[in-house]
Design a protein around this ligand. Structure first.
Ligand code: PNS
Length: 174
């Protein structure tokens, strides 16, 4: 039984993430979407909000679950019995960082392999930070994030009068 982890911050989840999760689900018997809990850095969305947004966005995939993790990804992988990490690469700008992470994780957890999946060309320019920028000014998010997340993300960032908010809840980073 092969367990893989697709880790990330998902702040918020994008259509690029959803596509990669669906593709990664075919590569393992069990896929865990690992949601980073960073105690030093408050997210724009709480852990619960990010977890619910991902779960709502995914089609019915029986072998996929969404689990939070804190600390080292390699330790989380070991605790979950995972032998595979899956990450997306949107272009050359991502590659060196992803290779560095892959080698570090392999050193921290013996036998932990990383597969890098190329983003689909039509999704390769999407990032969570781009989504946040568009949302701040009330732009149409439907080509960037799952339909089930559009309203929640827009409400978090947009005042409705073309002025940006920093985000809508108490845990939001400034
Ligand atoms: O979506 P992101 O922000 O690009 O995801 C980055 C993530 C969560 C995969 C990475 O920051 C991570 O693994 N953090 C956990 C801490 C850790 O293990 N760092 C060392 C990796 S070499």
């Amino acid at each position: 039984m092969r367990t893989a982890i697709f880790p990330g911050s998902f702040d918020p989840v994008t259509l690029g993430h959803v596509d990669l999760i669906c593709r990664a689900a075919c590569l393992a018997d069990r896929l865990i979407v690992g949601l980073l809990v960073n105690p030093d850095k408050q997210g724009y969305f709480s852990l619960e909000e990010r977890q619910a947004m991902i779960a709502r966005a995914l089609p019915n995939l029986s072998n996929v679950s969404v689990l939070p993790f804190e600390g080292l990804l390699a330790d989380f992988a070991r605790a979950q019995g995972a032998s595979l990490l899956v990450r997306g690469v949107r272009g050359a700008q991502d590659l060196q960082y992803e290779m560095d992470m892959a080698w570090a994780n392999a050193r921290l957890c013996d036998g932990l392999e990383t597969i890098l999946l190329p983003a689909r060309p039509q999704l390769a320019s999407i990032s969570s930070s781009l989504v946040r920028q568009i949302a701040r000014f009330g732009g149409d998010l439907s080509a960037f994030v799952p339909a089930s997340a559009v309203d929640e993300i827009t409400r978090r960032f947009y005042n409705g009068d073309n002025t940006a908010t920093t985000g809508g809840s108490s845990h939001v980073k400034k």
